[in-house]
Write a protein of this length. Structure first.
Length: 267
């Protein structure tokens, strides 16, 4: 297990990132971010974006919901656009699913993704030959919804679990702490037992959670010790994980909490 992103003010080897391009984002996505006034990436974005672009599964935590959402959406959109360019658009089914804890969060995430994708496609089309324009305007295969909505899409055959390459749990702690657990397990179960004949051999999974204090509780000894030792709150955390470990963490909120406590203790 690799850990990144625990900021310690006493260390002098801080790396300053001046723009999104330094994190590996494409010119098109950097331009989109510039247009909405997002010139300098936040700490969680600096930590997470390169890791996701490397194809790694991870758990991320940050106080800002907006920063968390962009931290996984930007690299996910880039990966999907890359896949479409390299492999074409042969699949009729989504290759990426973002699970959101509520209808409100789904709407927020969908609007952000739609804005980024549409503007990236427009910019790409301007630079495309006519033969490439049609490809640029095709779907990149991203589906966003609550667990109940995604389950319905699976039952209707719109989403085929065997073809999924990317899975995001936004506010995973909220979903596991509510009555959404059984629905999440129904979604995950077929992913744990993929057919060996499936073209997709690996599932990249991202768990976005609230702050560590919110997940573990303000009175948690781990939280108190970390705040004391690091003279404040933890502003960004990213923990790289194996696929089997991700499935274990989504079994229950207790499993997620235990993982966080172990990670904090190992620092």
């Amino acid at each position: 297990m690799a850990q990144k992103g625990l900021k310690n003010e006493s260390e002098n080897n801080t790396v300053v990132v001046g723009n999104f391009k330094e994190l590996g984002l494409s010119e098109v996505l950097v331009e989109v971010m510039d247009e909405i006034g997002e010139f300098v990436p936040s700490e969680i974005q600096c930590v997470v974006i390169p890791t996701i672009l490397e194809g790694k599964s991870l758990l991320l935590s940050s106080p800002s919901q907006h920063d968390r959402t962009l931290a996984y959406l930007l690299p996910l959109i880039q990966l999907l656009r890359r896949d479409r360019e390299l492999l074409g658009s042969n699949s009729k089914h989504p290759q990426a699913v973002v699970l959101c804890a509520s209808e409100e969060k789904t709407e927020q995430c969908f609007n952000a993704a739609r804005y980024i994708i549409n503007n990236a496609e427009l910019k790409s089309t301007k630079n495309c030959a006519s033969s490439d324009a049609e490809k640029s305007n095709s779907s990149i295969g991203l589906m966003i919804g609550t667990p109940s909505e995604i389950l319905q899409y699976i039952e209707e055959g719109i989403i085929v679990p065997a073809e999924l390459k990317y899975l995001v749990f936004d506010e995973a702690d909220s979903m596991l702490g509510s009555n959404l657990g059984p629905e999440i397990h129904k979604i995950i179960r077929p992913l744990q037992h993929r057919d060996s004949k499936s073209n997709v051999k690996r599932l990249q999974t991202i768990l976005a959670i609230s702050t560590i204090a919110e997940v573990l509780g303000e009175k948690s000894p781990v939280v108190k010790r970390l705040e004391r030792d690091h003279a404040g709150n933890i502003s960004a955390l990213s923990i790289e994980m194996e696929e089997t470990e991700v499935f274990h963490l989504t079994e229950s909120l207790d499993a997620l909490r235990k993982k966080l406590e172990e990670a904090m203790d190992s620092l």
